[in-house]
Design a protein around this ligand. Structure first.
Ligand SMILES: Cc1cc2nc3c(=O)[nH]c(=O)nc-3n(C[C@H](O)[C@H](O)[C@H](O)COP(=O)(O)OP(=O)(O)OC[C@H]3O[C@@H](n4cnc5c(N)ncnc54)[C@H](O)[C@@H]3O)c2cc1C
Length: 614
């Protein structure tokens, strides 16, 4: 089913109360082929496990089997009730969502998927719980899903009629001064590291490693993203231009594979699995239970730069884009600088950059040429928010108490009664909490586009793209400008090698507030979704006129990406597919556009005939 057909189908949804888009997309498979073989069972099917079988599983996991009941059922029964209002209030708090077995951080994507609770979930505390769940799913032909932080934009950590392994409670963290992987003795020197349970959020890792331990671990920018999902994506944080891909910092993982065996994966033990886990995509190779990541010296300062400039004419905006890019290429394309510039409709440039390893004076010095240039043309530009910067002691960067005192505007705290005092997320991530996606596309931009010869083409493409929608350049999500050893380390991962010489990941997306089909008063706005999707498509298509066969980041990409194998993994796909075949030959672990998913129907229930989808 192509995108246009899907959007048409989505437009018909109001006629179908409670419609589930994922089933709609599933009905014919992506290519319109009717799928024949029934490979997994749903409740009501003859092969669905008996009550006694479930009880047996419950005993095996010491009572940690949950019969899932979504908080949204309160809304389906009584949409105007205070109970339903409470749920939708909670859907604006990522910590509330993270604590709900039935919910995910993105509520859905119009025309693509809707967050669906599993029938049962094992709230795993230890590896044996995961082993029991994996064996039970395999033996009973169940659809199995794995959820950690629940931040998948693609809906890959939820599935209707499934058994869920929920790692939320596997969140122990321990620091090592001299870690050596199992079987790596003699081959790898001891190094400082941190072991993190698969269900931990990055904030917990940063609190342990940086705030309490005075060191650095490369993780994600968003504090509530789960460690295991991000590492398996490849993973970028604000300072990846210096510390590289988060996955490249993985020293060892413990993984339960489809045969129910808990395996160690590192450079010496199961090295093929280890490689696949580093960027091969979450939920495809097994259930990760624990990750050990290298830690680094902490710089003295981290800091932020922000500002908003509006050009007073199209000509001035073209000049502004050109100047911002040349300034970036000359002064910021180096390990110190990460995060974003957003070029928006209304001829607006918004700057949200972060830096590491510079003090306030050095950061001011770096930005002086750009500020001077703006100041010299007051008739062309309106400074809506002056370019300001602040350096803070790096050790305080994830310290909730410090941030609340000195930078209250940049953080939002978990407002639930009795919430842990340290729970916060960046205000910049607020709109994404509980969102319904309307569209999302991304593309790695090769650094060659910044060369003087090619830059004018990029400027024009960016200008044209902003006629339709805002385009953000995430500089920290491309490794051009990173230290050579970090680029080398990233080469030894499954991620698309396009990241290595990309100066940025361009992201264009649109979303609306939490909403669910069939919940009266909280239905997604299909008209807004259709309009936004069309704008995002036009905007990204304009930008892509200057990039051949752009790759994109598996975790921040288009649900409808037709060339997903090439786009997410490029030349690494055949090797990744071989790892998948070796460790999960029957396809127990299947996620949308994950490795091997071409052999499954879109809902992950039916194995397709030979060849799968094109
Ligand atoms: C608000 C927001 C901000 C983000 N910011 C960043 C960012 O700064 N940098 C970045 O690189 N990415 C970012 N992402 C993308 C994010 O890294 C990925 O979506 C990531 O996969 C989420 O991991 P999770 O555990 O939170 O999500 P989940 O939805 O729980 O999992 C994501 C995928 O990984 C699988 N998975 C989870 N746990 C395990 C496990 N233990 N074993 C095997 N498979 C598992 C799931 O099955 C699913 O397929 C962001 C996403 C959101 C929504």
């Amino acid at each position: 089913m192509n995108r246009r057909e899907l959007l048409k189908a989505a437009a018909a949804i109001p006629l179908l109360p409670g419609a589930d888009w994922s089933r709609l997309a599933d009905a014919r498979g992506e290519d319109g082929v009717q799928n024949q073989t029934v490979s997994r069972v749903r409740p009501g099917d003859a092969g669905w496990p008996t009550e006694e079988s479930w009880n047996k599983l419950s005993r095996a996991v010491e009572g940690r089997l949950i019969k899932v009941n979504s908080p949204l059922s309160a809304c389906r029964e009584a949409p105007d009730s205070p109970a339903c209002a409470e749920v939708f209030k909670g859907l604006r708090n990522p910590y509330y969502i993270g604590d709900q077995v039935a919910l995910t951080q993105t509520s859905g994507w119009v025309g693509a998927w809707t967050s669906q609770p599993s029938v049962y979930a094992v709230a795993a505390r230890k590896t044996d719980d995961v082993v029991a769940a994996v064996n039970f799913a395999r033996e009973n032909k169940l659809r199995l899903v794995v959820k950690g932080g629940g931040h998948s934009y693609q809906g890959t950590s939820c599935a209707a009629d499934s058994l869920l392994v929920w790692t939320r409670d596997m969140n122990a963290i321990s620091l090592h001064e001299a870690f050596v992987g199992q079987g790596c003795e003699g081959a790898q020197g001891p190094q400082p590291a941190v072991s993190v349970g698969a269900g931990a959020r990055w904030l917990a890792a940063y609190e342990a490693v940086t705030v309490r331990g005075g060191r650095y671990v490369q993780g994600g920018g968003c504090t509530t993203v789960g460690v295991a999902g991000l590492i398996q994506s490849g993973g970028f944080g604000s300072f990846s231009k210096n510390y590289g891909l988060a996955a490249a910092g993985l020293l060892e993982a413990e993984v339960v594979t489809a045969d129910g065996v808990a395996r160690i994966a590192n450079a010496r033990t199961n090295p093929d699995l280890f490689w696949g886990l580093k960027g091969g995509g979450g939920g495809s190779l097994g259930v990760v239970t624990r990750l050990t990541l290298r830690t680094r010296e902490l710089p003295q300062f981290f800091g932020a730069v922000s500002g908003t400039i509006r050009a007073r004419s199209d000509t001035a905006f073209r000049q502004l884009i050109a100047r911002a890019l040349s300034f970036y290429a000359d002064r910021l394309l180096n390990p110190h600088w990460g995060e974003q510039m957003r070029f928006g409709p209304g001829n607006k440039l918004e700057i949200f950059m972060l830096f590491q390893g510079l003090n306030q004076r050095q950061a001011e010095e770096a930005w002086k040429p750009f500020r001077d240039w703006l100041a010299a043309s007051p008739r062309d530009f309106t400074i809506e928010a002056p370019i300001r910067m602040a350096a803070v002691p790096a050790r305080s960067f994830w310290n909730a108490a410090f941030l609340k005192m000195f930078a209250a505007g940049v953080v939002v705290t978990d407002d639930r009664p009795h919430a842990p005092a340290g729970n916060f997320y960046w205000a910049g991530d607020r709109d994404q909490v509980g969102q319904v996606l309307y569209a999302y596309r991304s593309a790695w931009l090769p650094v060659s586009l910044l060369q003087e010869k090619e830059r004018p083409l990029l400027v024009e493409a960016l200008f044209e793209s902003t006629r339709h929608s805002g385009m953000s350049l995430h500089f920290n999500k491309g490794l051009a400008g990173a230290p050579a050893e970090e680029i080398e380390a990233a080469k030894d991962t499954a991620i698309n090698p396009a990241v290595l010489d990309a100066f940025a990941l361009a992201i264009c997306a649109a979303s609306g507030p939490p909403a669910f089909p069939g919940v009266k008063g909280h239905e997604p706005n299909l008209n807004a979704a259709g309009r936004a999707a069309s704008s995002v498509t036009k905007s990204m298509d304009k930008l892509l006129e200057v990039v051949d066969e752009a790759g994109s980041y598996v975790s921040e990409s288009d649900f409808f990406e037709p060339q997903w194998r090439r786009s997410f993994w490029g030349s690494n796909y055949p090797r990744l597919a071989a790892v998948k075949k070796k460790y999960d030959p029957e396809g127990l672990f299947t996620v949308h556009h994950g490795v091997g998913s071409e052999q499954w129907s879109a809902d992950g229930f039916r194995r397709l005939g030979s060849g799968g989808r094109p």
